[in-house]
Each structure stands twice: as structure tokens, then as C-alpha cells.
Design a protein around this ligand. Structure first.
Ligand code: SF4
Length: 224
């Protein structure tokens, strides 16, 4: 089976999944999207309101930050990478996903990783970082302690580099954190050999122009 067919099959199973309580309130499950042979895979936390309505990952304000970063720092299109979350259905009121929900949903993420076989996995925020770090036998401290430090690992298909960074919503919530997110994308560009003209790149948060973040971006727990 091709990578695309395998990902389609995983997405089909996710859309009809009732393995955890999060299926009860979803409008749409959000399996993830992107290049079935992507070199880099981004793993966020959980769908928010916009994602639940559209059935697509990272389509709100945080998604705009992520898309700008992919284009400006890596010189790639969104469709060149694969974007998903550690849980595929929206937690009520954008609360954090609970451990049993992550455990129930993680086999889908594991299968997506094994299908795509990315060279670099970028974990966005503490939930996906903790999940992947524990999977490779590392202790997770906090996202601010782990971010920006690439970890070489073997997930069963060859060497992969894990790069933890902040959830893009963190920079919307707290402007002081934007420099960390941008710094980590420079590190990512280096890992992918795509670091040309890095000094000319604008801030990826410039598009905000003072607009207020909404939804998940208002969750002050995002940095724990
Ligand atoms: S969050 Fe994951 S495990 Fe829970 S119902 Fe949705 S797809 Fe199934």
C-alpha cells in the first residue's frame, strides 16, 4: 500500500473512531494533512474550534503562525510538510487533552509516523513533546527546558531528529516568547539544510498587527 493510501486508511478510521470520550462533542475529527512523504512532520496538541469545524489542523490564528514560519524560515509550502496533533478530536472548551485520551489516540499518531517516516519531527508544545520524549525513554521537564534542543532518536524506521518547540499559540499569548519560536525555526532550517537568507526573514508574527488571539491562544496553561 502506498503512503498516501495508508494515510487515507488511518484518516478513515479516525473519522469513525469512538475510542475515547472526545468523539462525543466533535463536529469533525482532524486526522492531519500534508505530504505523505514529508521530510518534516509537525505534531501539535489537539484541534481547536476552527479545526473542529473544518476538519483540518492548524487553520486558526496559531495555524497562520505555523504556516508563516514554514514559508518564511524553511522556504517550504504547507503542502510540503505533514501537520497533525497528538489527539485528533477537539477537547471541550479547548481544555488540555487528558492522559487517557492521549493514550487512546496515540496509535493513530504512531501509525502516521511509521507511514511517513519523517527525518525531523517538530513537537509543538508540551503535550506532543512529552508524548514523543517518553516514547524514546527521555524524561520531559517543561517545554521551556526542552525547546530548541534537537534529539536524535530511533523510532523503528531509521534515525529521526526530534525538535521540541513552543506551540505557535504561545507566541500569540505572550509576545516575549516569539523569539524562542523563531529561534527554533532557524534551528529547524539548519537541520533541513534550508538556512539561506535567514537574516532577511521578517518576524513571523508581523501579520498580527496588534490583533488579539482567540480560542486556544487564550489558554494560559500552554507553557506548563
Ligand atoms: S481523540 Fe482520538 S481516540 Fe479519541 S475519539 Fe478522537 S480519534 Fe478516537
Amino acid at each position: 500500500m502506498s503512503e498516501a493510501s495508508e494515510l487515507d486508511e488511518i484518516a478513515r478510521e479516525i473519522r469513525s473512531c469512538t475510542r475515547c470520550r472526545l468523539h462525543m462533542n466533535r463536529t469533525n475529527a482532524v486526522p492531519g494533512e500534508g505530504n505523505p512523504k514529508a521530510e518534516v512532520m509537525f505534531i501539535g496538541e489537539a484541534p481547536g474550534e476552527n479545526e473542529d469545524l473544518q476538519g483540518r489542523p492548524f487553520v486558526g490564528a496559531a495555524g497562520k503562525v505555523l504556516t508563516e514560519a514554514i514559508e518564511n524560515f524553511l522556504g517550504l509550502k504547507r503542502s510540503d510538510v505533514f501537520i497533525t496533533n497528538v489527539v485528533k478530536c477537539r477537547p471541550p472548551n479547548n481544555r488540555d487533552p487528558q492522559d487517557d485520551e492521549i493514550m487512546a489516540c496515540s496509535p493513530y499518531l504512531d501509525r502516521q509516523i511509521q507511514t511517513i517516516k519523517p527525518k525531523v519531527i517538530v513537537t509543538l508544545g508540551r503535550h506532543s513533546t512529552r508524548y514523543i520524549m517518553e516514547k524514546i525513554g527521555k524524561q520531559f521537564r517543561s517545554i521551556l527546558a526542552e525547546r530548541g534542543k534537537p534529539i536524535k532518536a530511533d523510532l523503528g524506521y531509521g534515525e529521526v531528529v526530534i525538535l521540541p518547540t513552543l506551540h505557535p499559540a504561545a507566541g500569540l499569548y505572550n509576545p516575549n516568547l516569539r523569539k524562542y519560536f523563531e529561534e527554533d525555526f532557524r534551528t529547524l532550517a539548519g537541520l533541513l539544510g534550508r538556512e539561506k537568507d535567514k537574516d532577511k526573514r521578517p518576524s513571523i508574527f508581523d501579520f498580527l498587527n496588534g490583533s488579539r488571539a482567540r480560542g486556544k491562544e487564550g489558554n494560559s496553561d500552554i507553557l506548563k
